[in-house]
Write a protein that binds this ligand. Structure first.
Ligand code: URA
Length: 227
């Protein structure tokens, strides 16, 4: 609960009354009023960000290839956040990120890490499906990415996992490919970012080596979260 630190509490009022009456002085006695950190009100809630996004995002309000926008799902105070590329066909139909085949793989990864899907937060750089599932254009990423930044600022995760190239490029502001960057800690505005392969890539290249690499990246995430 918030405590108004600058208003006089009942005890202070009583003391002021007593001191004025007894000593003929009128001053506010020094007293300790318990204060608590006031919750900053300038950070919008996820719901407010979503409403703003859905009516104002230049990409999502102009794009015609999608049926539903896919804002994000999960725990608003998650310590772990996953960021993908853009909704696929199944996500577009349901309005929920990572519910298609790549989503099944992501669920397995999350579970293998020892977490429940509901305990993390999952979002994408683009909130609506690009035509024919093509790679997002830089202009689309710039427009829609603003809302991802707001989601991150609201959730304040301890770790962000960037799934695949577009998420890594956007969050780390780099052109270096995912093969070079995966497994190496980066940073987005002070938030630690672990780039790893996108689960769809993992499905297309389901080798011992790629599985070992993703698992090794997730072990780093787990150990960072347990600090
Ligand atoms: N691929 C993504 O990058 N995001 C989704 O939500 C689904 C598939």
């Amino acid at each position: 609960s918030r405590i108004r630190s600058h208003t006089m509490d009942k005890h202070a009022e009583q003391l002021l009354f007593t001191t004025s009456k007894l000593m003929g002085v009128n001053f506010l006695p020094v007293c300790e009023v318990q204060t608590k950190e006031v919750v900053p009100s300038d950070v919008p809630t996820l719901e407010a960000i979503q409403l703003d996004h859905d009516s104002n995002c230049p990409h999502c309000t102009a794009a015609t290839a999608h049926t539903k926008t896919v804002f994000g799902v999960g725990n608003p105070s998650a310590s772990l956040m996953f960021v993908g590329e853009a909704p696929g066909a199944e996500e577009d139909a349901q309005g929920i990120p990572f519910v298609g085949p790549a989503g099944q793989k992501l669920n397995q990864i999350i579970e293998a890490m020892g977490f429940a899907r509901e305990s993390v937060y999952i979002a994408n750089v683009l909130k609506s499906r690009p035509k024919d599932n093509r790679t997002p254009l830089p202009s689309e990423v710039e427009q829609c990415g603003v809302y991802l930044q707001q989601q991150i600022a609201c959730i304040k995760p301890n770790v962000i996992v960037a799934l695949g190239s577009p998420a890594t490029k956007y969050l780390l502001q780099t052109q270096v490919g995912i093969t070079k960057l995966r497994g190496i800690w980066g940073e987005f505005k002070g938030f630690p970012v672990m780039p790893t392969y996108h689960p769809a890539y993992l499905l297309r290249n389901y080798t011992k080596e790629t599985r070992r690499e993703v698992w090794s990246d997730m072990q780093k995430v787990k150990s960072e979260l347990s600090q």
